[in-house]
Ligand binder design. Sequence first.
Ligand code: COA
Length: 375
Amino acid sequence: MAEPQIQKGLAGVTVDSTAISKVMPETNSLTYRGYAVQDLCAHASFEEVAYLLWNGELPTAAGLDGLRAEEVGRRGISGDHIEVIRRFPADAHPMDTLRTAVSYLGTTEVAWGGEPEEADRNRSLDLFAKIPTMIATDYRFRGGKEPIAPRDDLPMVENFFNMCFGEVPPREVIRAFDTSMILYAEHSFNASTFTVRTIASSRSDIYSAITGGIGSLKGPLHGGANEAVMHMFLEIGDPDIAEQWMRDAIAQKKLVMGFGHRVYKSGDSRVPTMRSCLEDLAAWKGDDSWVRMSDGLQKVMIGEKGIHPNLDFPAGPAYYMMGFDIEMFTPLFVMSRITGWTAHYLEQNADNRLIRPLSAYHGTDQREVLPIDRR
Ligand code: COA
């Protein structure tokens, strides 16, 4: 029999089709349901993009009002849920607490894959509305503070900041955050989305699938890179040494966080938009050190290795300037990607086949179990 062809990391393998988003590395572009992500950032809000990902079309004014009313109405989490979050170890990583907080929601009802789509649409809305509350509640407890209840007079992003910090920041910050939510929302068959679809494919429930997605996103080769980028920026410390730092890193063959991408090889479509938010935040703060550090690092990396920054590269310092703890950066990614994940869960369920690839075996040849002395 011919040796099987192994595509390590499934690189270059097309495993299914999707109508949700299209990544085009040849033109460095990305569309959600046919709309360029840059256009969505310029003309739509995160809630509108969530509607688009779930329904295939941007909402009418009435549709948007309906979604907003649903989101506002579902923000609250139960007293028991708050107590579960309160009991997490104080030094637990927020991605671990969020993974468990989402999983907790799955214990409050019995759910299965393949139920009528309406049930999972309902759960998708619930996750969309409640995940920000879970993140903020955990953030407050970690800081030794009581949670701040959601306010139904505030839009989604403003309410999230208020639940975290007790105040709503200026327009520049809200806009940059909303833009990051749109940019992080969806990206075809990345590792966490594929995890979600794989779990869905066994007809497991949406909570299990999303919990798995969070676990996959946590890794520094995927969503965890936005945290790793900021740790790297702080380690470098001084923008004036960024270029030399990168030369040294390249000489030492270091994996530099925030650079490279499995699909984009000549630039990530989302970077220019996020970079412009980073510049706006720097102007607002009157501190361009992270912008200058970014410039120094990418100049050398692109010049010497031809490896371009990915979305996590500008997003990490942007979230830092907004005032978030570094460990919260990947949970913020979850707050956004929940829209893409749930859209993929629905799509997988609507036309499902169990995902079950093959493996080539390279272990010991078949042998007999010896009955007495096995040594
Ligand atoms: N720093 C240094 N070198 C890098 C690099 C990085 N961030 N990303 C890729 N490379 C190098 C690889 O080492 C490899 O070099 P080689 O040919 O000498 O072995 C070459 O570029 C090709 O990379 P490849 O391994 O094919 O990339 P991949 O598709 O398997 O991996 C990532 C993609 C994203 C996992 C990888 O770029 C990475 O780990 N980046 C850092 C983490 C990160 O920012 N993740 C967020 C992704 S959105």
